[in-house]
Design a protein. Structure first.
Length: 336
């Protein structure tokens, strides 16, 4: 059971929430695409709930609301260090597949050995509102990955005629709606029940799958741009950069910056040793990590089936087709 908010009441609710939270959601950025006349849908601070984009999958994931592309984690001088000031709480609108991606980020940053302090601070000060998915989008295969439905959200929302249906699970968010005129309504949660893409997943691969000739195809096609990693909601790799100020070369800041396992030089270490020498080997590492090695370790796949890597590749490399190839080689087919 939830409440039906008209546009005016929903605006009042957002104003109340903005006093305590930075409210993020997928919104349209006009003229921000690859060409001057194209738009980008990505996560940004919402000025109204009407800015939420429902009819298109966001080009970039929610990940940058918790893990900024470039994030200052420390300031330093000759004799001291200082952490950045605490950031405002975050309220994030996201879809089911991305809520499942959040579980993957938690696994890597919070339950994979040493706890990442910066992610932990961002995570504990964030709440999540699940956006209903009335239908599947291009290249989505969330049903095959079992990520089309979620239950770990703090509130749920989907658009209604002249307003929004909102259902609260979190007590703090529920208090924000007190005093607002919003009649109760019983409505079903919208989720995707079928995708156009039906993906086969490898279950039992041969031990020498890393040496299979299929990877040679990608050595000649992939240009190592890293776009697939940057749009992926579950890629977690980063590098560190120290920035020194011009007025004092002994003072500056340390930044954590997104990195990509597909970019040349990522796996290089001292002595000129390179673990993955060409793009075929890098593609092999990424794909097997998403749908095989991670599952062997944690019990579930890293990939959530958002399909963004399928849409963003400038060389039209199909990640979905790669999964089908792996299943044909040695896996049992697990179809939607």
């Amino acid at each position: 059971m939830g409440n039906l908010f008209n546009i005016e009441t929903a605006s009042c609710l957002l104003e109340k929430l903005q006093k305590e939270y930075d409210v993020y959601g997928p919104k349209r950025f006009p003229g921000d695409g690859c060409f001057s006349d194209t738009d980008t849908v990505r996560y940004g601070i919402l000025n109204s709930l009407e800015e939420l984009v429902w009819d298109k999958k966001s080009d970039y994931s929610f990940k940058e609301t918790l893990l900024p592309i470039s994030d200052t984690i420390m300031y330093f001088t000759e004799s001291s260090t200082k952490l950045p000031e605490p950031k405002k709480k975050r309220l994030i609108f996201l879809r089911s597949c991305e809520l499942h991606a959040l579980k993957r980020l938690d696994e890597i940053y919070l339950r994979n050995g040493a706890v990442d302090y910066y992610y932990q601070e961002a995570r504990k000060n964030a709440k999540f509102i699940l956006m209903g998915c009335e239908h599947s989008f291009e290249s989505c295969f969330c049903v095959s990955m079992g990520t089309n439905q979620s239950d770990g959200y703090d509130a749920y929302i989907h658009p209604e005629k002249d307003g929004f249906y909102l259902e609260f699970k979190d007590d703090e968010l529920k208090k924000s709606a007190q005093g607002l005129s919003a009649p109760q309504k019983d409505s079903k949660i919208q989720y995707v029940s079928e995708n156009e893409e039906k993906v086969c997943l490898p279950v039992h691969l041969p031990e020498d799958i890393g040496l299979h000739e299929m990877w040679q195809e990608y050595a000649g096609r992939c240009i190592g741009c890293g776009r697939c990693n940057f749009v992926c909601p579950t890629c977690t790799c980063f590098t560190m950069q120290d920035i020194f100020y011009r007025d004092n070369e002994n003072a500056g800041e340390r930044r954590r910056v997104w990195a990509s396992c597909q970019v040349d030089g990522y796996s290089d270490i001292a002595g000129g040793i390179r673990f993955r020498k060409d793009q075929g080997e890098r593609m092999r590492f990424k794909v097997l990590h998403k749908v095989y090695n991670y599952k062997n370790r944690f019990g579930y796949h890293m990939c959530v089936g958002c399909g963004r890597c399928e849409n963003v590749c400038p060389e039209y490399i199909s990640y979905i087709h790669c999964l089908h190839k792996l299943s044909e080689i040695g896996g049992q087919k697990n179809e939607q």
